[in-house]
Ligand binder design. Structure first.
Ligand code: NAD
Length: 392
């Protein structure tokens, strides 16, 4: 159970690049990082493309004016001169900037937390993974839904054989906000998402499905995709070559099969993230509409619902429990859980505690790299005419 007591000696001095007043995701980072007051302290930032707005925003959330910087380069350079300079930085800027800012942050000796999709190319992710290792720094990736404790319960139940051998993996992350194309021209957060120069080689595959794909790997750590087929299209034609809808079929190395439906044009859909894992004896299903519940359906028996915060759950799920049973935990707790693990990982790295790092389950550079690989394989299949491609 998490009750806010410190897990590391002292909170890490933390900065943000991006995540300013108008950003979609910035507050989620702060909600996560600052939840317990014992993991991170926000002391600096280059919050916005617009310096005056970013500084005003920074001051309004409690950062000293002189530590609100015009850009990431001056942030890293000036903070390095201070005895109390930042130790970790979050990068919450549009996709096309992640690679250069992450590289600069690692070279400045900082631990990094970066948004997904991490980078455009697998080679970039491999290069940055090697750089993080060389510098002895942690790189966490904010798959923000993945800190929900019932996903860890799924992981534990699959490992314990509760559903038999896994045969079918059914994944979905969809919403309908892309049905109206007006925002592609008028909304700052939407414009870049449909511009390949900034978004990268995909729209919804990177924006949405990387989350659900990471969560499936969290639940099924031993399963690897052997080959996949991706059919992607843009129902709003101006988004081409990027997709606002895609279906992916997967063949796993162990003989299991899977599907992913990802979409920004699932009209009217407000709770569209679902994960169903089917085994030879039973199935598990998690749905973001009821994040504290897990359906366990055994063939031939009445279905069961497992609830978060209860004694009968596995220890790994109970460890990340915050509010007790009867109360709804959700996305805020999920972000707090992953940020707490980022802090624990960074502290362990600083102390050279590789044993702790080996067993810590959190979205690391490996999960970020796999997300980039997933997009690359999906795009490759789609561009070849939606054919099966070997997963590499
Ligand atoms: P946004 O366009 O809403 O906001 C971007 C913010 O970054 C703005 O404050 C902007 O001024 C600032 N910015 C842009 N370039 C900058 C730079 N070079 N230096 C400093 N600040 C800069 O974007 P968003 O929707 O918040 O998305 C940002 C990133 O977060 C993207 O990679 C996106 O995929 C990801 N994201 C993740 C989640 C999640 O659940 N993990 C949710 C939404 C977005």
């Amino acid at each position: 159970m998490i009750n806010g007591e410190r897990r590391i000696e002292r909170p890490l001095r933390w900065a943000m690049v991006g995540g300013g007043r108008t950003s979609q995701v910035g507050y989620k980072h702060r909600t996560g990082a600052l939840r317990d007051n014992t993991a991170f302290q926000l002391v600096a930032g280059a919050f916005d493309m617009d310096f005056a707005r970013g500084r005003d925003f920074g001051v309004n959330i409690g950062v000293a004016a002189e530590r609100c910087y015009p850009d990431y380069k001056s942030l890293f350079a000036e903070e390095a001169k201070r005895p109390d300079g930042v130790e970790a930085v979050t990068i919450a800027t549009p996709n096309g900037t992640h690679y250069e800012i992450t590289k600069a942050a690692l070279n400045a000796g900082l631990h990094v937390i970066c948004e997904k999709p991490l980078f455009f190319k697998v080679e970039e992710a491999e290069e940055i993974k090697a750089l993080a290792e060389e510098k002895g720094r942690i790189l966490g990736v904010t798959y923000g839904f993945s800190g929900q404790s019932m996903l860890l319960q799924m992981r534990a139940m699959v490992a314990a054989g509760a559903i038999g051998d896994v045969t079918i993996v059914n994944l979905q992350y969809t919403h309908g906000y892309g049905c109206d194309p007006t925002g592609d021209k008028t909304n700052e957060s939407q414009k870049w998402r449909v511009d390949p120069a900034v978004a990268g080689p995909s729209f919804v595959l990177g924006d949405l499905s990387t989350h659900t794909y990471y969560m499936s790997n969290l639940i099924l750590p031993d399963m690897r995709i052997k080959e996949l087929l991706c059919d992607r299209q843009s129902f709003v034609g101006t988004r081409a070559p990027l997709e606002d809808n895609a279906h992916v079929m997967m063949h796993y190395e162990n003989g299991a099969v899977g599907t992913m439906w990802v979409s920004a044009v699932n009209a009217g859909c407000m709770t569209g993230q679902r994960i169903r894992i089917v085994g030879t004896k039973a199935s598990l299903e998690w749905w973001d509409a009821y994040p504290t519940e897990l359906r366990h359906e055994v063939q031939g028996q009445p279905g069961q619902i497992l609830y978060r915060g209860t004694d009968y759950l596995d220890g790994i799920a109970k460890d990340d429990e915050r509010l007790g049973a009867l109360h709804v935990e959700g996305l805020s707790e999920s972000w707090a859980n992953i940020y707490l693990k980022f802090a624990i990982a960074m502290d362990a790295k600083n102390r050279g505690d590789e044993e702790l790092l080996k067993d810590l389950v959190y979205p690391s550079i490996d999960g970020g790299l796999e997300g980039v690989r997933w997009i690359a394989n999906c795009v490759k299949s789609a561009e070849q005419g939606s054919v099966w491609v070997k997963y590499e």
